[in-house]
Design a protein around this ligand. Structure first.
Ligand code: ADE
Ligand code: ZN
Length: 325
């Protein structure tokens, strides 16, 4: 049977993790004090009391204002360094971490402050034996022009991130809105992934566009691809990875999507399990493996398969995969 030690100890890749979503209440308070930012709460309990959300919109309304406490390069470094420490305790051997530059540049922080701070923590993580990289995400509720400006501003630091993604509020912001910026990113040699996560009529069209028009190599969430057997076959045949986040799903959609994870895995799609925004959704990646196994009666072999999938769909060389498997 699956124990906590087994779920945490499995060597795994974490591929759907927002660094800004690892901001724990105690670090939030410490940074608020350090930077003289009034966040309206002064204890961990008071901060936790603000974590009331039942869908993506109500989550994002808590998530973005909290980022005000991140001001200088050390703050970004310290945030990522704290995550890498936690990741290691959760069996993570490879971490591909999202970050949202526009959530910081839009409040006057220079993009190089963000990238350099996070990258310094990545270099230290590597020195300590954890394979790590960054993925720059565009905020889809901002304009396509803003995404283009962000990519142009980030390209001088291209050796510090390996891919681009798309996050924030999906409603009325389909991936096709960003066709130009994703084409430019691919030309620059960057990997491409995107969030396809809302449960509403039409979201399957976003998945289809992401895969067949935008060049997405992975889908973040994306489990509602089960609605379309042709797209499931496409994902299987093209080795498209899915990065599912059970605990996050249970906040945002009231279910973990475990049935879909099991069904897609059985259909040969490489589904991984990840933590999304662990400081807000009640657990890191080991907790997600454990919760999924307990709720959907998965065994050790099922979790081993998911962990192996995560390494197989990571953006690393075949040699490095073989080393980590
Ligand atoms: N930003 C951080 N977490 C997110 C999620 N689960 N969906 C969309 N945008 C996000
Ligand atoms: Zn996410």
């Amino acid at each position: 049977d699956v124990t906590r030690d087994f779920a945490f100890g499995l060597p795994k890749a974490e591929l759907h993790l927002h660094l800004e979503g690892t901001l724990e209440p105690d670090l939030k308070l410490a940074l608020a004090r350090k930077n003289g930012v009034d966040i309206g709460q002064s204890t961990v309990e008071e901060v936790q009391a603000t974590y009331r959300f039942n869908d993506l919109t109500s989550f994002l309304a808590v998530y973005y204002p909290a980022m005000d406490v991140l001001q200088d390069e050390d703050d970004f470094h310290d945030l990522a360094a704290a995550y890498f420490e936690r990741a290691r305790a959760n069996g993570v051997v490879r971490a591909e971490c999202f970050f949202d530059p526009q959530a910081h540049t839009s409040r006057g922080i220079a993009i190089e402050t963000v990238i350099r701070g996070y990258h310094r923590a990545v270099v230290e993580a590597r020195e300590a034996g954890l394979s790590a990289d960054l993925i720059l995400c565009f905020l889809r509720d901002m304009s396509a022009e803003s995404a283009l400006e962000t990519l142009q501003a980030a390209l001088p630091y291209k050796d510090m991130f390996i891919g681009v993604g798309l996050d924030s509020d999906e409603r009325d912001n389909p991936p096709t809105k960003f066709a130009e910026v994703f084409a430019l990113a691919r030309e620059a040699g960057l990997h491409v992934t995107m969030h396809c996560d809302i449960d509403q009529v039409g979201s399957i069209d976003n998945i289809r566009a992401a895969l067949t028009e935008l060049g997405a190599e992975r889908l973040d969430h994306g489990t509602n691809i089960v609605e379309d057997p042709e797209l499931v076959a496409y994902a299987r045949d093209h080795g498209i990875g899915l990065t599912s986040c059970p605990l996050s799903n249970s906040f945002v959609t009231e279910e973990m999507k475990g049935k879909e994870i099991v069904e897609l895995t059985a259909a040969g799609v490489k589904v991984s399990v990840n933590s999304d925004d662990p400081a807000y959704f009640g657990g890191y990646v080991g907790d997600n493996y454990l919760a999924l196994a307990e709720r959907f009666d998965l065994g050790r072999a099922d979790l081993e398969r998911i962990a192996r999938n995560s390494i197989e769909i990571a953006w690393i060389s075949d040699d490095e995969k073989a080393e980590l498997l």
